[in-house]
Design a protein around this ligand. Structure first.
Ligand SMILES: Cc1cc2nc3c(=O)[nH]c(=O)nc-3n(C[C@H](O)[C@H](O)[C@H](O)COP(=O)(O)O)c2cc1C
Length: 311
C-alpha cells in the first residue's frame, strides 16, 4: 500500500507490537458479522489486516430482533455476540489465513479456561494476533465484568498471554468511571496493545409504541457520536501506558483517522462507517492520510503518532 504523490512515495506501513501492517487501518470487530468473503473484501479494500467478529467458546444465537437502530450521530446495537463457536470458526480463520489475509481473531469467554482454550485454538488456526474482547458479562469466580474491573482484566490477560506467542490486543469498554487503572491492568497482565474502545451503552424509545426499540432495552452506541469520547480515552491512555494503542470509535473519514494518530494511536479500527460508506472507506482513509503526510512533510507514520501531546 503506497501513495503515489506528485514527487513522493509514501508508505503507510506500521509495526503494531511486532505485527507488520501495510496500513494502520483495520475493520472493527463484528460490524460485518462472520462472513469470510466479506472479510476478504475488507483486506482487498486496503486494510492492514482483518479483525473477526468476537468468537465465543460455544455457538450462541445472540439477542432476538430488533438488535440495531440508527440514532442521531450513529447506531445502537445489541447483537448479543451471536457466533458459531470457536471450533467451527477456527476452520474459517484457517481459510482466510491460507488465502494470505492477516487475521486478528477477536474472542470472548466466561471462564479463564475458556479464554485460554480459545486462544490456543485460534493460534493453531493461523491467526496472526488476538484481540481480547473483555466486554463479556462476567468471568465466573471473579469480581465482575472483565472490562470494568482491573483485577479481572489483568488476570484474564495474563492467563491468555501465558498460552500464546501471538501479539495480544486487549479491547476496553468506555462504560467505566476511570479507564486508566483498567488500561494499566491490561499492560501489567502482558497485553501487547490496547484497543480503545468498544461501544458506549445507550438506548432509544419508540414514542408510538411507547417502549424501548431494542429487544434488549439497551445497546452499544457506535459511529460519529462516539468519536470524542473514544478519542479522549486514547489521549489519556497514551499518557498512562507504554504499549501501543489501537484507536476505535466513530472514525468516519481520513480526518478522524489523523486525529486518532495525533492523539496517540498506532493503528485504527473502522466499524460503523463501513455500513454508511461501504468498503471504499478504507481506501479513502489510506489516500487521505497519505495526502496529509505529503502536505505536512511527514516521511513515516511514526512521526505522527502522539504528536498532539508534544505541541
Ligand atoms: C453491529 C455491530 C457489531 C459489533 N460486534 C462486535 C463484536 O463482536 N466484538 C467487539 O469487540 N466489538 C463489536 N462491535 C464494536 C465495534 O467493534 C467497535 O468497537 C465500535 O462499533 C466502535 O467503532 P465504530 O464507531 O467505528 O463502529 C460491534 C459494533 C457493531 C456496530
Amino acid at each position: 500500500m503506497s501513495y503515489e504523490g506528485e514527487l513522493t512515495k509514501i508508505s503507510l506501513a506500521v509495526d503494531l507490537a511486532g505485527l507488520k501492517l501495510r496500513s494502520p487501518i483495520m475493520n472493527a470487530s463484528g460490524v460485518l458479522g462472520i462472513s469470510i468473503p466479506l472479510l476478504k473484501r475488507v483486506y482487498n479494500s486496503g486494510t492492514g489486516a482483518v479483525i473477526t467478529k468476537s468468537i465465543g467458546p460455544l455457538s450462541r444465537p445472540g439477542h432476538p430482533n430488533p438488535t440495531m437502530v440508527h440514532v442521531e450521530g450513529g447506531v445502537l446495537n445489541s447483537m448479543g455476540l451471536p457466533n458459531p463457536g470457536v471450533d467451527y470458526f477456527s476452520i474459517e480463520v484457517k481459510e482466510l489465513s491460507d488465502a494470505g489475509v492477516p487475521v486478528i481473531a477477536s474472542f470472548f469467554a466466561s471462564t479463564i479456561d475458556e479464554f485460554t482454550d480459545s486462544s490456543i485454538k485460534l493460534e493453531r488456526a493461523g491467526a496472526r494476533a488476538l484481540e481480547l474482547n473483555l466486554s463479556c458479562p462476567n468471568v465466573s469466580g471473579e469480581s465482575g465484568m472483565c472490562a470494568t474491573d482491573p483485577y479481572t482484566t489483568e488476570k484474564v490477560t495474563a492467563a491468555v498471554k501465558s498460552v500464546t506467542k501471538l501479539p495480544l490486543f486487549v479491547k476496553l469498554s468506555p462504560n467505566v468511571t476511570d479507564i486508566i487503572p483498567i488500561a494499566k491492568a491490561a499492560e501489567f497482565g502482558g497485553a501487547d496493545a490496547i484497543t480503545v474502545t468498544n461501544t458506549l451503552k445507550g438506548m432509544a424509545i419508540d414514542i408510538d409504541f411507547k417502549k424501548p426499540i431494542l429487544s434488549n432495552v439497551t445497546g452499544g452506541l457506535s459511529g460519529p457520536a462516539l468519536k470524542p469520547v473514544a478519542l479522549r480515552y486514547v489521549w489519556e491512555i497514551y499518557e498512562a501506558v507504554k504499549i501501543p494503542i489501537i484507536g476505535c470509535g466513530g472514525i468516519n473519514n481520513w480526518r478522524d483517522a489523523v486525529e486518532y494518530l495525533l492523539a496517540g494511536s498506532t493503528a485504527l479500527e473502522v466499524g460503523t462507517a463501513i455500513m454508511t460508506h461501504g468498503f471504499e472507506i478504507f481506501n479513502e482513509i489510506n489516500e487521505g492520510i497519505s495526502q496529509y503526510m505529503v502536505e505536512n512533510k511527514f516521511n513515516d507514520l511514526k512521526e505522527m503518532i502522539g504528536l498532539a501531546h508534544k505541541s
